[in-house]
Write a protein that binds this ligand. Structure first.
Ligand code: NAP
Ligand code: MG
Length: 404
């Protein structure tokens, strides 16, 4: 065997739960460690360990990403009442992704992995639609309440010097519900910057959409800051690189996306990004083919799969079944992180390996070796669907052929 590819700086490796934890170890053992002398700083975010450390391990892992620059994360369980019983937990903790996102102050970019044998449901799409999701505020940090009967609902702001601003939300004529949300100019500015940086890097046009005709102050501020960041910080670079930018209303954007050819970055507010990334993933094929990267304004990056821990497959695996769970998004989380590390540390061999592993994965699928979720969609149909272990072996064989 030839010498393994060396690394300089360790990757922050964040392990997780259930079926993705099983696949995580498999991908490392069969697809990375045979070729790369892997260096990682390891954090175990398995649910039990998060509980045992009072979630400190989650905070430490995010700080490590800020310190070292690049992390790769497995899917993790967000605890709830049922999980508390299942794992005998002391406490319920917030979603690890939310905790990490808050520390990195990042924007999440999601991009489907295209394979020629799975056509998107939207027949006009020729290239992937990439979603850039603002990951702070709005309905995800809201205050809401039910009101029991008639009365006035108001929004009140009290400045640090005691000055007050007050407006009426509604004069309720009966029982109902109210909600208050916020965002910060600084966070919107970081979001816009992250989108333009990503677009310049990937050479993609940028679309940003909101609803400023209805929400003149709130969505109007998003539009204003986005335009301002473009005009003052990115316009010259974008024009030079041939990267265009335009703003439109969210309903117009949705219509254009479904009639368009793809191949652009769709910058979305938090809720729009949540909903539209699931739509784009499903229309592109399978949730297991969606990559996700969180980019912080400091330049730090965290790579992960967009899907969850695939709980039901895990229970079947525990009962001895070799499940046909698709590891592609996990593989691309590793290749994304290794490629970023290679770029920062100037390691050409490592960059070539990451590209080679991605090519081998796509080639395996296009040559008919795939898991059940893709076998259901692929044309031509493969003779049979592989289980995860057979599929990983099929990729390893192709990486081996291209390396030796
Ligand atoms: P999920 O794990 O994404 O799985 C939902 C369904 O999607 C699966 O039952 C499976 O469908 C299909 N699927 C997803 N990934 C697949 C893959 N790699 N290969 C094949 N099929 C795949 O979502 P969930 O069941 O709603 O959530 C499970 C746990 O994940 C929860 O505890 C949740 O908190 C956590 N979660 C974590 C993250 C994260 O860490 N980023 C994100 C979302 C959810 P079939 O059953 O039809 O095969
Ligand atoms: Mg969602």
């Amino acid at each position: 065997m030839t010498a393994r590819i060396p690394m300089k700086t360790p990757l922050v490796e964040i392990d997780g739960d259930e079926m993705t934890r099983v696949l995580w170890a498999l991908v490392k053992e069969k697809l990375i460690q045979p070729w790369v002398d892997l260096k990682t700083e390891y954090y175990d975010l398995g649910l039990k360990n998060r509980d045992d450390t009072n979630d400190e391990v989650t905070v430490k892992s995010a700080e490590a990403i800020l310190r070292l620059g690049v992390g790769v994360k497995c899917a993790t369980i967000t605890s709830n009442a049922a999980r508390k019983v299942e794992y005998g937990l002391k406490n319920l903790h917030p979603s690890p992704n939310a905790t990490i996102r808050a520390i990195l102050d990042g924007t999440v970019f999601r991009k489907p992995i295209a394979v020629s044998c799975v056509r998107p449901t939207v027949s006009t799409w020729k290239a992937p639609v990439v979603i850039g999701r603002h990951a702070y505020g709005d309905v995800y940090k809201n205050a809401e309440m039910a009101v029991p009967g008639p009365g006035r609902v108001e929004l009140v702001y009290t400045g640090e010097d005691g000055t007050e601003k007050r407006i009426t939300v509604a004069d309720m004529t009966g029982p109902g519900i109210v909600q208050g949300m916020h965002n910060m100019d600084s966070s919107i500015r970081s979001f816009a910057r992250a989108c333009f940086r990503y677009a310049l890097d990937a050479k993609l046009p940028v679309w940003f959409a909101a609803k400023d005709t209805i929400s003149k102050t709130y969505d109007g501020r998003f539009k204003e800051i986005f335009n301002q960041v473009y005009e003052t910080e990115f316009k010259a670079q974008c024009e030079k690189a041939g990267v265009s930018y335009f703003y439109t209303l969210i309903d117009d954007a949705v219509a254009r996306v479904v009639k368009g050819e793809g191949g652009f970055l769709w910058a979305c507010k938090n809720y729009d990004g949540d909903v539209m990334s699931d739509m784009v993933a499903s229309a592109a094929g399978s949730l297991a083919m969606m990559t996700s990267v969180l980019l912080s304004p400091s330049g730090a990056a965290e790579y992960e799969a967009a899907h969850g821990t695939v709980q039901q497959h895990y229970y079947r695996w525990r009962n001895g079944e070799k499940t046909s769970t698709n590891p592609v998004a996990l593989i691309f989380a590793w290749t994304g992180a290794l490629a970023k590390r290679a770029e920062l540390d100037g390691l050409a061999d490592l960059a070539a390996f990451a590209r080679g592993l991605e090519d081998a994965t796509v080639r395996a699928i296009e040559e008919g070796d795939m898991t059940g979720d893709l076998a259901r969609l692929a044309r031509p149909k493969p003779a049979r669907a592989l289980d995860s272990w057979e599929f990983v072996d099929a990729i390893a064989k192709r990486v081996g052929n291209s390396v030796s």
